[in-house]
Ligand binder design. Structure first.
Ligand code: UTP
Length: 293
């Protein structure tokens, strides 16, 4: 059974500079909600209440977001803003959230290694703090947990990407077990198109077994100075099986500027209060752009 989730949120966010210089990219809003709150909510709605967030330099805002804010709550109470007050209290009691600081940003594998003491000898979920996955049915983490419950082994969320973009992702190759489920044979971080075993990309959601910690310790830094989780899972394959689930859902990587903009447009269009107004605005805007051409 999976009881704990680890959310790495300590990275530099070089793809989102200058914004990420002093403000964590995981706090970037999707309309009005920080990305990492949606990630925590995915873990909670998957049935996980114990969450460890890996933070680091310049990430204090993440801790503050999940903490109570007595002054703000008193102010909202005095002004009779009951709905907002309820929402602020809901956020600070979403889950049992713990924090640990990654001392140096040495990559995702290194970030995960900081969770060893907290998770102990249990399997655990990993949700990247800068990636939201919108799923029509069950949350993705829950979908992966269901596969874990069946096989008791590592499970990785996979997304199909256009063949020409494989070199941006960690890519897996394997044998099809059934539609959407593969037994993983190899994992390659950012392969050139010609060397990619498939177009199935690792999509920011994992169920890992505690054996991963011993494998991470064996991985050396790559050319970029990072300890890659992908390489540790590849090493794990010598001893344990791992499965990949091509999930039903759409991934939004907030750490990439264009994806961030697209995410806000899509969530804005679906917004209960002003989605229709926003759609009208965008339609007019597009028309006026076309006329100007
Ligand atoms: P990314 O692969 O997006 O790396 O991390 P990054 O360093 O944050 O961003 P770029 O590539 O420089 O733009 C995926 C997730 O893993 C966390 C990040 O915070 C992000 O949520 N991470 C990454 C860590 O916690 N520690 C690290 O050393 C690297």
């Amino acid at each position: 059974m999976i009881r704990k989730a680890v959310i790495p949120a300590a990275g530099f966010g070089t793809r989102f500079l200058p914004q990420a210089k002093a403000m964590p990219k995981e706090m970037l809003p999707i309309v009005d909600t920080p990305t990492i709150q949606l990630v925590v909510e995915e873990a909670v709605s998957s049935g996980i209440k114990d969450i460890l967030i890996i933070t680091g330099k310049g990430k204090r805002a993440v801790e503050e977001h999940f903490d109570g804010n007595f002054e703000l709550e008193t102010e909202l109470e005095a002004k009779g803003k009951k709905d907002l007050l309820r929402e602020m209290r809901r956020i600070s009691s979403l889950a049992d959230i713990h924090f640990i600081r990654q001392k140096e940003m040495n990559g995702l594998g290194d970030a995960i290694s900081y969770a060893e003491q907290h998770v102990g000898n249990e399997p655990f979920a990993v949700l990247l703090g800068d990636t939201v996955i919108d799923a029509p049915g069950k949350p993705i983490t829950r979908q992966l947990m269901d596969i874990y419950d069946h096989y008791d082994k590592t499970v990785i969320g996979l997304e199909e990407v256009p063949k020409e973009k494989v070199s941006r992702y960690g890519i897996v190759g394997g044998d099809k077990i059934r539609d959407g489920l593969v037994l993983i044979r190899e994992l390659i971080e950012k392969p050139p198109v010609a060397k990619a075993p498939s177009n199935l990309a690792i999509a920011g959601r994992y169920i890992l077994t505690p054996k991963i910690f011993e494998k991470i310790r064996k991985i050396k830094k790559d050319k970029r100075g990072e300890i890659q989780l992908t390489n540790a899972i590849q090493l794990l394959l010598e001893e344990e099986a791992a499965y990949g689930l091509r999930f039903d859902g759409k991934r939004y990587d907030i750490g990439n500027k264009l994806d961030f903009l697209k995410t806000n447009v899509e969530y804005g269009l679906r917004h209960k209060e002003f989605g229709v107004d926003f759609q009208n605005y965008l339609t007019d805007l597009v028309k006026s752009f076309k006329t100007k051409k």
